[in-house]
Ligand binder design. Structure first.
Ligand SMILES: [Zn+2]
Length: 202
């Protein structure tokens, strides 16, 4: 069983530094870890992220985001804008809308996303809505070579997202002029990479 440092899982959820202790306490409260532990099994990460989402609302320094967070009911943690539940989400929405528009202009409708964190995949899916045809390929699918080849052939654009979430062997098999890599985890970053690629292709 693979495990990761709890501090990393917390930082990814915007609960790094001074907020880590509160995040850790929330994970203990949810029964996902206990005092003294420093690592957490990878198969608990999704549950940990939902526990953290349930416990905290994250707000950046902007007054509008803080006010919104104060009204939320969940405990407020101060985070960088990229983790902010106020404007971070808006950034993602704007980037995905731009990506969908760029894909439409370039006549690209089929997007295959390889890897990516579960939360981010969910968010991307809901933001894309009916705006494009979206498929995901993750290491949990354990796709054979033939399956992954057929997905890659189906897609107009293939985006390999966040290298740590996916088997190196699997990404090596995924090749072609329409394959791009986005090392950053954020939804906005992925959408921007795809938009840049299809804009360049036209
Ligand atoms: Zn904000």
């Amino acid at each position: 069983m693979q495990d990761v440092p709890i501090a990393d899982a917390l930082a990814r959820a915007g609960l790094g530094g001074a907020n880590a202790e509160r995040g850790f306490a929330a994970l203990c409260g949810a029964g996902l870890t206990r005092p003294g532990k420093t690592r957490i099994a990878e198969n608990k990460i999704a549950a940990a992220q939902s526990a953290l989402r349930a416990a905290f609302v994250r707000a950046c320094h902007k007054p509008a985001c803080r006010e919104k967070a104060q009204r939320d009911g969940r405990a407020v943690v101060e985070t960088a804008a990229e983790h902010c539940d106020g404007c971070g989400g808006e950034d993602n929405r704007a980037a995905v809308e731009e990506m969908l528009a760029a894909m439409q202009r370039a006549n690209r409708t089929k997007l295959l996303v390889v890897g990516g964190a579960p939360n981010s995949r969910d968010e991307l899916k809901s933001l894309c809505g009916q705006g494009c045809e979206l498929r995901f390929l993750t290491k949990d699918d354990r796709p054979g070579r033939r399956t992954s080849d057929s997905h890659v052939a189906w897609a107009d654009v293939v985006a390999i997202w966040g290298s740590t979430q996916i088997d190196h062997k699997m990404t090596q098999a995924i090749r072609g002029p329409h394959v791009i890599t986005c090392a950053q985890r954020g939804v906005a970053a992925l959408a921007q990479s795809v938009a840049r690629h299809v804009n360049r292709e036209r």
